[in-house]
Design a protein around this ligand. Structure first.
Ligand SMILES: [Zn+2]
Ligand SMILES: [Zn+2]
Length: 392
């Protein structure tokens, strides 16, 4: 097996310049959620050229794809790519590196096809991570139905094998009252903005009773038309985040109660819209992390300092709830460079990012090899997943 691993690493090195070019190409043409037509096209072309069987537009999502290498019926190991950008600041989350690393892992495994143990490798293109939750649509479309293990690397300012991801549920509250002259006839009005502000006050009080690993944050979308009119309409959007699904829905119910109570107090009607892009918390799988960790070390990646309470969310959380999944962070930017900044966007095409891309591609390809070579590993990963199912 070690000889095959070595061959896989060499295969990544052989296409290193192409992968860097692919990464830069995606970086220089940022596309937003569900609009990643060019990025998905370039990735699919690259994988097709390296001999994978490519399906485009899987699960009815135009910018999703699946590229397969098949040497037997099972197990199926998925390597995920993201490639959407952020409005205004482009590839400030470095998804260009994720995309090229996933494509590189696929190409390297295809290069050793004749020596692959039985199984299936799928490089899956998953659009719309930053908003919209593309992975949720792919799950609903059955894309992960036959997948045994999934992995993806994400760029960061340090290398970390694992970091928890919070689940997130979003809601918009719309309050409708009655307009009136704010000086001549204020008593004739019903103040929708009061209800909106009261919701924020109630949520602020709720925060004291909240676990420190939960987050609630909101904005006012509409707060009235003019100061001399009692606002007849106001709206707010809140994000509610928690590290476990049950805790997330429990906290969400309490935020909804804050809005309902505020609406009642102000005498307005409340319309509540829960957004359908729920991001679930990340479910950790140590057995799968252990396989990756050994390969991470083998390609020379060392873990950086832990991140403490800096907690984000991703739709890979949804994948982790249906199949065993890992989401290691690989350094592509100098330590202290925060994601979603212009500095991170610049870092995502530097030599450091190239090094992270290649190391990430190798570690993922080698992990896939380990899983194909030893079915007992896949069994252990799935047993841990099943045991954790009841207490997620
Ligand atoms: Zn991001
Ligand atoms: Zn990201």
């Amino acid at each position: 097996m070690d000889a095959v691993k070595k061959a896989v690493a060499e295969a990544v090195d052989r296409v290193a310049d192409d992968l860097e070019a692919l990464s830069r190409h995606i970086h220089d043409h940022p596309e937003l959620a569900f609009e990643e037509v060019r990025a998905a096209g370039w990735l699919a072309e690259f994988l097709d050229a390296h001999g994978l069987v490519v399906e485009r537009g899987v699960a009815g999502v135009e910018t999703a794809f699946r590229a397969t290498i098949e040497t037997g019926p099972s197990p199926t190991i998925a390597i995920l790519c993201e490639y959407d950008a952020l409005p205004g600041i482009g590839h400030a989350c470095g998804h260009n590196v994720i995309a090229a690393a996933g494509a590189g892992a696929g190409a390297a495994l295809a290069a050793v096809r004749d020596r692959l143990p039985q199984g299936r490798i799928q490089v899956i293109g998953t659009p719309a991570e930053e908003r919209g939750g593309g992975k949720g649509r792919l799950i609903q479309g059955g894309v992960f139905k036959d997948v045994d293990c999934a992995m993806m690397i994400h760029g960061f300012d340090r290398t970390l094998l694992h970091s928890d991801l919070l689940g997130i549920v979003r809601a918009t509250f719309e309050y409708t009252g009655r307009a009136s002259h704010a000086s001549a006839d204020p008593w004739a009005g019903i103040n929708a903005l009061d209800a909106c502000i009261q919701t924020f006050n109630a949520v602020s009080m709720l925060r004291q009773q909240m676990r420190p690993d939960c987050r609630i944050h909101g904005i006012i979308g509409s707060g009235g038309a003019a100061p001399n009119i009692i606002p007849e309409y106001a709206s707010a959007t809140f994000y509610v985040r928690a590290p476990r699904i049950d805790a997330m829905w429990e906290l969400y119910t309490r935020v909804v109660a804050c809005a309902e109570g505020a609406a009642r107090a102000a005498g307005v009607t409340l319309k509540m819209t829960q957004h359908d892009d729920v991001y679930e918390p990340f479910k950790r799988n140590q057995a799968l992390l252990d396989v990756f960790a050994a390969n991470m070390r083998a390609v020379g990646l060392a873990e950086g300092p832990p991140c403490g309470d800096r907690l984000a969310s991703s739709d890979i959380g949804n994948v982790s709830q249906v199949v065993p999944t890992i989401h290691p962070w690989i350094q592509v930017a100098p330590e202290g460079t925060a994601i979603h900044t212009r500095e991170f966007a610049l870092a995502a095409v530097t030599p450091l990012a190239r090094a992270g891309l290649l190391a990430g591609a190798k570690a993922m390809a080698m992990t896939a090899l380990d899983l194909l070579a030893d079915p007992s590993r896949v069994k252990a990963v799935k047993a841990e997943f099943a045991a954790a199912q009841g207490r997620r």
